[in-house]
Design a binder for this molecule. Structure first.
Ligand code: NAP
Length: 242
């Protein structure tokens, strides 16, 4: 049985290692968004499939028998599209979706549905740390009255798209101490975050809580209507029952 793992997350990497350890036949697929992705065991391919038809053609050409979607909770297009194609072809499809973060009593979070809502909360002259990634940076175009800092994994290839901001390069994971020191040094007033979930990237939320920095938390997009587990162990159990 050949398995296709749609990756781009720590779960995708962990699943690849677990499948390699079990001697399973699998291909890990990465979008190519990160220039130097972490090494993993087993077969891997990089880059988009060329849309819906390209994806369907790839599944047939590689004789894929089942798909595990370990893409990021905000890679919603990929998940919905891939599930749709798998359903058409009658292929088993499982999504690994980490539980959402939920605020505790000492957290000051405001949920927002889109990046453009951030401008309603951030006052003129304030500094916002955008932990939301470079690919969706353009969605903050109406936040012209604040200072913006956008963290990304790769060194920037071009200038910041707006006059009021700068990139900051950093490769996760980051410790709470690192995040706290960084936020203090940058004197941030707001943290803007996607509700990605997961312990590794929650350190920025702990640092914000400790520093009493308010958080604008982007709500998740709708996931596909498919079988779902919350972690790699669940995915391995699903495979074991096939
Ligand atoms: P997206 O908007 O849902 O998908 C855009 C296109 O990227 C897809 O149509 C597909 O191209 C290609 N693609 C996405 N994931 C792929 C994969 N695993 N293998 C091959 N092609 C893939 O996705 P996105 O939000 O830009 O995310 C891109 C990648 O970054 C994903 O793998 C995701 O797991 C990872 N990531 C995303 C975020 C985030 O906040 N969105 C955060 C961390 C990591 P074709 O149509 O040509 O097949």
């Amino acid at each position: 049985m050949t398995l296709l793992v749609l990756g781009g997350t720590s779960e995708g990497r962990q699943l690849a290692e677990a499948l390699a350890a079990q001697g399973r036949d699998f291909i890990l697929s990465l979008s190519g968004a990160t220039r130097s992705p972490a090494q993993t065991s087993g077969r891997r391919r990089v880059g988009g499939f060329g849309g819906r038809d390209g994806f369907a053609a790839y599944l047939k050409a590689e004789s894929i028998d089942a798909i595990i979607d370990a893409t990021h909770p905000f890679a919603a297009y990929m998940s919905v599209r891939s599930h749709g194609v798998a359903a058409e072809l009658g292929l088993p499809y499982l999504q690994i979706l980490r539980p959402e973060w939920v605020p505790g009593a000492r957290d000051c979070w405001i949920a927002i549905a889109s990046e453009s809502e951030a401008a309603d909360f951030i006052a003129p002259g304030q500094t916002a740390f955008l932990a939301t990634g470079r690919q969706t940076l353009h969605r903050f175009a109406n936040l012209t009255h604040a200072k913006l800092i956008c963290r990304q994994i790769d060194p920037p290839v071009g200038p910041f798209p707006f006059a009021n901001g700068a990139f900051l390069v950093g490769r996760p994971p980051f410790s709470v101490a690192h995040e706290r020191a960084l936020f203090q040094k940058l004197e941030i007033d707001w943290l803007v975050v996607k509700n990605a979930g997961g312990a590794a990237s929650a350190t920025k939320l702990t640092a914000a809580r400790e520093l009493k920095v308010p958080v604008l938390m982007l709500r998740r997009p709708e996931p596909p209507d498919c079988a779902r587990v919350s972690d790699v162990a669940g995915a391995l159990r699903w495979l074991g029952k096939m």
